[in-house]
Design a protein around this ligand. Structure first.
Ligand SMILES: [Zn+2]
Length: 410
């Protein structure tokens, strides 16, 4: 079917409208997405969507029932009214208790998304999303299992050596990455961009914020990108900085004024991890080993989380038992498996977390590929990545990138 330019133009308008609302939602006051979601939903409800399958996630999530339930789950005050003040003081106990309150809504949202996917002829939402975002035929589950098998011994060693526990995973990683060195972030970024010959012509605003609920990069207009990095005063902040820069860099290097400038969520995430990984190997020196350990820990955890998610697709009744089983691979005994439902990757951003691990796998492949091909001539690395990946926007997908770096693998 021939692509319809007025369809693209109108969609782009709605896309940037929503991005701006999301930005406000994250940085200033809570926003109501009902109206914009409904506009997006009705705009995408056309056979034309067959030309833009990477928009199916947006389409389903914007449907009336999904959008309402997503808004409810996104607001923790809907679930924590009856939670003891004791639990509120203890981060993990809070998650466990909120999770129990949320569980039924999370499952309801899973089923609602499945119902929408069935309408398109798929068994469930996961199958539809994986196909729409370029994973078809890649054998995701096998890749994730192989990755865990290959790395789990090393990961367990790092966990034991650093006394990391499941209930304080993120705090422990921050501890592991503690640093009293002050980094000049602007200089780090400009050195990195210069090294790879990337000149960014869209405006990228970078804000560091201790109070931010998280870190993100959002394209808010055709020529403007907002990056917010949560200040942690640990080396993890630098990983995050280069990760978000990876998103921003991608948005800024796309050569398209049409819908190709809206990325498939999967390739967007994968390439952010690629940039994060490459920056660690090329910008940092003394910190490199510890940053590599943190990435390995995090992306192994993501692989386990993704396999757990795929495991509860058909039957969520014994999710707690399965949760224990999957996370025991890290060497943990899980005491409160009901915490699974708290994770936003089970509800708001379901069928997404695998992208981080796949990004890490692609990053390793890309790194040795580029090293073999161009040695340390980083300007050529930059040129190659721009020409083969970034400039194409959403006209290529994860599978294309996987195959690109497989060519010279041997
Ligand atoms: Zn990201």
């Amino acid at each position: 079917m021939k692509k319809d330019q007025s369809f693209e133009k109108e969609y782009l308008k709605l896309f940037y409208e929503k991005q701006n609302l999301v930005f406000k939602h994250y940085t200033t006051t809570e926003q109501d997405f009902k109206e914009i979601d409904s506009k997006i939903y009705y705009h995408l409800r056309t056979p034309e969507i067959d030309n833009y399958r990477f928009l199916l996630r947006q389409y389903i999530d914007a449907s009336k029932e999904c959008s309402a339930l997503i808004a409810k789950i996104d607001d923790l005050s809907n679930y924590d009214k009856f939670i003891s003040s004791e639990a509120k003081k203890n981060g993990y106990q809070y998650k466990v208790e909120v999770s129990s309150e949320m569980r039924s809504d999370v499952i309801k949202l899973m089923r609602l998304k499945d119902k929408n996917a069935m309408y398109f002829g798929w068994n469930n939402y996961a199958d539809l999303i994986l196909a729409a975002e370029g994973y078809r035929g890649l054998g995701l589950q096998g890749i994730l299992n192989d990755f865990i098998e290959e790395n789990i011994e090393e990961v367990r060693k790092i966990i034991l050596r650093n006394n990391i526990s499941f209930s304080s995973w993120f705090e422990d990683l921050d501890h592991l990455a503690a640093s009293d060195v002050e980094f000049d972030s602007n200089k780090l970024i400009s050195d990195f961009l210069t090294k790879f010959g990337w000149s960014v012509d869209k405006k990228i605003n970078i804000t560091f914020d201790r109070e931010s609920i998280g870190s993100f990069a959002l394209q808010v207009a055709e020529n403007e990108i907002e990056v917010v990095v949560k200040e942690t005063n640990s080396l993890r902040e630098l990983l995050t900085l280069f990760h978000e820069l990876g998103h921003a860099l991608y948005y800024s290097l796309i050569k398209s004024d049409g819908l190709n400038q809206v990325l498939s969520p999967s390739l967007d995430e994968v390439m952010a991890v690629v940039i994060e990984f490459i920056s660690v190997q090329t910008v940092f020196d003394k910190e490199r080993d510890i940053l590599n350990e943190i990435m390995l820990l995090e992306y192994t955890r993501c692989a386990i989380s993704a396999l757990f998610e795929l495991d509860i697709l058909d039957d969520v009744n014994d999710a707690e038992e399965k949760f224990k089983l999957h996370y025991s691979k890290l060497g943990f005994e899980i005491e409160n498996p009901e915490v699974w439902a708290y994770d936003s990757f089970r509800s708001l951003d379901s069928v997404y977390i695998h992208n981080y691990t796949i990004g890490y796998i692609v990053a390793n492949k890309a790194y040795s590929f580029l090293q073999n091909k161009y040695n340390n001539d980083y300007k050529k690395w930059g040129k190659f990545l721009t020409k083969e990946i970034f400039s194409h926007g959403s006209s290529i997908n994860v599978r294309d990138v996987f195959e690109l770096f497989d060519q010279n693998d041997n």
